[in-house]
Ligand binder design. Structure first.
Ligand SMILES: O=C(O)c1ccccc1NCC(=O)[C@H](O)[C@H](O)COP(=O)(O)O
Length: 208
């Protein structure tokens, strides 16, 4: 199965349109106020409304209040939820919307055991662990720690960029790759040339 592509941290319509036109399967919107990629529900709604069909919109939260998530869902009609905090499975499931759960991988993380806690997740995003930073760190982790039998549930994230994504896919064979900082000009602003190179690299390894 081909590895899908998710471009995360979208804050501008032009970046969303660029990523979609170049072949991104999914776009991510960060609803987490400390992040430089934070976006309001109103702004995200304006972008989501203009996305072409078959591009999945994803709303990312870090231990958000239920009311905030409900507001984003109501205003944007977003397709998929992505939880980056300590949300438990019951909470993740309670929005009646498909979700993916992010796990941050430490040296001693039992990846299979952590993934098994979220059987209803449509995918598990594995990201680097950096103390005090719930995501978007630009750091990689040791991909060899990913159990081979779980590959097709995994959204691989953390420090991916055009120069390493082909190696990552060849090694992990994940359901999808997720990139934010690796395709940015500055935080929150995407670089169209980096997006193009990233997607070309994924397509190249997918066709092998
Ligand atoms: O992007 C952020 O600022 C962010 C803040 C808090 C939680 C998650 C966040 N981003 C998640 C992502 O953009 C990606 O899913 C992932 O962390 C990879 O980011 P990067 O290493 O920059 O490619």
């Amino acid at each position: 199965m081909r590895t899908r592509i998710k471009i995360c941290g979208i804050t501008r319509l032009e970046d969303a349109c660029c990523a979609a036109s170049l072949g991104a399967d999914a776009l991510g919107f960060v609803f987490y106020s400390p992040s430089p990629r934070n976006i309001s529900a109103e702004q995200a709604a304006g972008i989501v409304a203009q996305l072409p069909a078959f591009v999945t919109s994803t709303a990312l939260f870090v231990d958000a209040e239920r009311t905030e998530i409900d507001k984003v869902l109501t205003l944007t009609g977003i397709d998929l939820l992505q939880f980056h905090g300590d949300e438990d499975p019951v909470f993740c499931e309670s929005f009646n919307r498909p979700y993916i759960k992010a796990l941050r991988v430490r040296n001693d993380t039992d990846i299979a055991a952590e993934m098994a806690r979220y059987p209803s997740a449509r995918g598990i995003l594995l990201d680097a662990y950096v103390p005090g930073q719930p995501g978007g760190t630009g750091m990689t982790f040791d991909w060899q720690r990913i159990p081979a039998e779980l590959q097709q549930r995994i959204v691989l994230a953390g420090g991916l960029q055009p120069d390493n994504v082909a190696t990552a896919i060849a090694q992990v064979r994940p359901l999808a790759v997720d990139v934010s900082g690796g395709v940015e000009a500055t935080k929150g602003i995407k670089d169209s040339e980096k997006i193009r190179r990233f997607i070309n690299e994924v397509n190249r390894v997918n066709s092998n």
